[in-house]
Design a protein around this ligand. Structure first.
Ligand SMILES: Nc1ncnc2c1ncn2[C@@H]1O[C@H](COP(=O)(O)OP(=O)(O)OP(=O)(O)O)[C@@H](O)[C@H]1O
Ligand SMILES: [Mg+2]
Length: 341
């Protein structure tokens, strides 16, 4: 559906050239929700803006829905862009137009007749849950509602692809969740391919199928969300995964547990599937002569299934504890021993 080959973007600045994106290759399948995560300045916005040629690559090819964008004439590019909607952190609405007229705007540009436009706007208002707000102005809406207008407008011309540049970064956590739910909803209902960029792992966890991690203009790691969460390879990725798996209190709790049981071991278990953890703990207690204490645990739902980490302290004789760890390893649960006392 989308493929980026050897994409580079170099900006000329007073201080010399800046390679904002420096050799990125990506493939995104139709119907996927593909997340790109990275810290500020990693090159995420520059990358996503090359997917609709708001930014032209210095090098490399961008292909969207079978079209090589860099080879199109201006006229062809205008057509191709109708297949690619985009939403922004600060919504970019037209403040002097009502909700209806904001949503109708891209239809006007595409030359859609008034009667058809009205019908389409009604459908879109319903799709994004803005019934009754059609005649409001953006300044009269909450942040979440403004982004719903942004989404409706982006979908007006039935695009195949939706680009989201930090679309939830200006919203509170609850509103963020409702907008993410809406994105999943339209992904499923319309089969829309969604590319979103964010600096929050929570957003990736909640709705993405695939994730790419960006650092200094490069993609340093990519894969299915579950796999990347289970076995992050790069340090950058590990930092992001920690955002959601390791609350601050964990370290304190581990320290305290070790102080109380200096002979014990603390292990971090990572598993997939909601039921997995309970029988395992019960079995450990039953089959080994050890004491098992849960230090901290967190199960997070992800787009496909669930993902959990559990920090447990295993206290007992060294040999028995080691036997228990071997037992866990054989259960297809990832085990990482945090500390040897
Ligand atoms: N038009 C421009 N001219 C010069 N440099 C630019 C331009 N746009 C971006 N850059 C530089 O390219 C790098 C990547 O910027 P970009 O905005 O793509 O990062 P980002 O990952 O989206 O960051 P953020 O999370 O802060 O939005 C930065 O060093 C930035 O200063
Ligand atoms: Mg950005």
């Amino acid at each position: 559906m989308i493929s980026l080959n050897g994409i580079r973007k170099v900006f000329q600045t007073k201080d010399g050239p800046v390679a904002a994106v420096n050799g990125v290759n990506l493939k995104i399948k139709e119907g996927e929700i593909y997340g790109i995560i990275g810290y500020s300045g990693a090159g995420k916005s520059t990358l996503i803006r090359m997917l609709n040629m708001l930014e032209r690559p210095t090098e490399g090819d961008v292909e969207v829905a079978g079209k090589a964008l860099s080879k199109l004439s201006n006229n062809e590019l205008r057509k191709a862009r109708q297949e690619i909607g985009m939403i922004f952190q600060h919504f970019n609405l037209l403040w002097s137009r009502t909700v209806r007229d904001n949503i109708a705007f891209p239809l006007e540009i595409a030359g859609v007749k008034k009667s058809e436009r009205d019908k389409r706007v009604n459908e879109l208002i319903e799709l994004v849950g803005l019934e009754g707000r059609g005649e409001s102005y953006p300044s009269q809406l909450s942040g979440g509602q403004k982004q719903r207008v942004g989404i409706a407008r982006a979908l007006a011309n039935n695009p195949k692809v939706l680009l989201c540049d930090e679309a939830t970064s200006a919203l509170d956590p609850k509103t963020t969740d409702s907008i993410l739910d809406l994105l999943v909803d339209i992904n499923e209902k319309l089969g829309l391919t969604i590319i979103l960029i964010t600096h929050e792992m929570h957003v990736i966890r909640k709705i993405c199928h695939q994730v790419a991690v960006m650092e200094a203009g490069k993609v340093v790691e990519q894969g299915p969300v579950l796999e990347v969460f289970r076995k992050p390879k790069e340090n950058m990725t590990k930092e992001f995964v920690k955002q959601i798996t390791e609350p601050e209190e964990t370290t304190d709790a581990i320290k305290q547990m070790l102080a109380e049981h200096p002979e014990g071991q603390i292990v971090q278990l990572t598993f997939v599937g909601e039921e997995a953890e309970r029988p395992l703990i019960t079995q450990l207690i039953r089959e080994f002569d050890i004491e098992v204490n849960i230090v901290q645990g967190k199960i997070t739902k992800i787009q496909k299934g669930s993902y959990g980490t559990l920090f447990v302290a295993l206290n007992g004789q060294k040999k028995e504890v080691e036997k228990a760890i071997t037992f866990i390893r054989n259960k297809e649960v990832d085990v990482e021993v945090i500390t040897y006392a």
